[in-house]
Design a protein around this ligand. Structure first.
Ligand code: GRF
Length: 195
């Protein structure tokens, strides 16, 4: 059977991409084939290089060219794009021409604490400031609005009294690393039956 081919797009440290790469490292049915970044210095690219996965920086002109980007995904045979800390909007043009699935992970329980400008520590700071009792992660499909695509999976965690945004951020990241690969796996195995 044909394996499902995954591309990970990110702009920063790439700890989620590492978790995904590690999780599928011995799985012949799901292959991480490409890591892409809009930031030439992003550590996510180094992580991929270390395990000999093609790691590509794409510049603004390339990023904004849906046909070019789609041709790149086709060249690598990509079925699933997993955004992991990718700080750019996926262009509507690309959403129209890419035939596969595009997923994102968000470090809060959407639809709350999402949208433009809600990323990284800003999310956790807002959650703590509002004295929320819980937070968590959301994995969703990507559409042309920030953090608004169909929700596929959520997992919550209880916020203990006295937690800072930093402590919450670490707890949320642990949940991400555990669940993102597993949800990708679920979607990939379903998709594989159709290939
Ligand atoms: C994660 O918190 C993810 O939810 C968000 O960006 C962060 C990326 O972290 N979309 P990393 O680059 O995977 O370490």
């Amino acid at each position: 059977m044909t394996p499902v081919r995954i591309a990970i797009w990110g702009s920063g440290s790439g700890s989620n991409s590492q978790a995904i790469i590690d999780y599928f490292s011995n799985d012949p049915e799901v292959l991480v084939c490409l890591v892409l970044s809009d930031n030439p210095d992003a550590y996510i690219l180094k992580r991929a290089e270390q395990v000999h996965i093609p790691a590509l920086y794409i510049n603004e002109k390339e990023r904004k060219n849906p046909e070019w980007l789609n041709a790149l995904m086709t060249e690598y045979g990509i079925n699933i794009i997993a955004l992991a800390g990718y700080m750019r909007m996926v262009s509507p043009g690309f959403l129209r021409c890419f035939r596969g699935t595009i997923l994102n992970i968000h470090p809060a329980l959407l639809p709350r604490y999402g949208g433009k400008g809600m990323y990284g520590m800003r999310v956790h700071e807002a959650v703590i400031k509002n004295k929320e009792k819980e937070s968590g992660i959301t994995i969703h499909r990507v559409n042309d609005k920030y953090d608004e695509g169909e929700i596929i999976f959520q997992k919550s965690l209880a916020i203990e009294p006295g937690w800072t945004a930093e402590i919450l951020g670490k707890a949320v990241l642990q949940l991400e690393h555990f669940w993102y690969p597993r949800i990708i796996e679920k979607i990939a195995k379903k998709l594989r039956e159709t290939l």
